[in-house]
Design a protein around this ligand. Structure first.
Ligand code: B1M
Length: 211
């Protein structure tokens, strides 16, 4: 059986096929899917993030790492999401305008689904107008926004302002997250909540929904 350490290394190498093989092997070996995500896949992306920041890795390499992480997530997703099928409320989630980072958002979606929430994932580069459209169409209890760039964080504020202008703000709770986002920022833009990770985001939604 493969080990979580090997999996972490394969994410760092951006080796999609190896990641898939190792995740399958870990699943077959009975390893908890949440451990596969936290101690295998995310652990790898943490190393990648540090190397990218230090200038030791470049965008194409990071993209391969992200793809390998995504391929691994896809394999564990059904195992985590199917644990609890009871529907406890609805969340519309997206990565804000001009931001293409989706690994964290996908992880948050996955955890929310595993927590019994219905999640409508409207993707990346989501403009305030698209969030509004989704709120009108799906009538969620919570709107979740993810941003990974300091330059795209203001789009969260724009979206909240548009919700207000369109008379929808009091119909939904808004939560925000992503590496550069903080509680202080969330409060300053009038969001209802901030979550530093996927598990906290899920708990926060359940708290709002009363699930
Ligand atoms: Co980009 N990137 N990137 N990148 N990238 C960062 C974010 C950066 C910090 C790296 C660095 O330089 N140190 C930096 C931003 C600097 C800044 O703004 N301060 C950066 C940059 C500069 C860029 C480009 C501009 C690079 C370029 O082109 N020169 C470019 C921008 C593209 C764009 O969006 N317009 C770019 C591109 C990319 C790739 C495409 C190569 C790739 C993204 C692939 C993809 O997502 N499909 C990529 C990646 C992978 C990263 C790093 C290395 C890793 C991000 C990640 O996936 N982390 C990142 C460095 C880093 O963060 N250390 C970096 C793993 C993920 C599980 O964590 O997303 O934080 P995270 O999600 C967490 C929590 O934040 C939270 O829960 C998650 C799970 O615990 N969370 C929420 C997230 N969303 C939430 C929502 C919630 C609640 C919690 O409620 C709704």
């Amino acid at each position: 059986m493969s080990t979580l350490k090997n999996l972490t290394q394969s994410v760092i190498e951006g080796n999609v096929e190896q990641v898939k093989d190792q995740v399958r092997s870990l699943i077959a070996g009975g390893v908890n899917p949440v451990e596969i995500v936290n101690q295998g896949l995310i652990a790898g992306m943490n190393v990648v993030g540090a190397r990218f920041k230090a200038g030791d890795m470049y965008v194409p390499e990071v993209l391969m790492c992200a793809r390998s992480m995504g391929a691994g997530l896809e394999l564990v997703k059904p195992l985590i999401a199917e644990k609890d099928v009871q529907n406890k409320g609805k969340v519309v989630i997206g990565t804000v305008k001009a931001d293409l980072h989706d690994i964290g958002k996908n992880l948050v979606s996955m955890m929310m689904q595993s927590g019994g929430l219905e999640v409508i994932d409207i993707g990346i580069d989501v403009s305030p107008e698209k969030f509004i459209e989704a709120v009108r169409e799906h009538k969620p209890d919570v709107v979740g926004m993810s941003a990974l760039l300091t330059t795209t964080m203001p789009a969260m504020k724009d979206t909240i302002e548009l919700l207000e202008e369109e008379g929808l703000r009091d119909k939904v709770k808004v939560i925000v997250g992503g590496a550069p986002v903080s509680q202080e920022f969330a409060t300053s833009i009038g969001a209802d909540g901030y979550a530093p990770d996927a598990a906290t985001a899920t708990d926060l939604c359940k708290e709002y929904i009363g699930a």
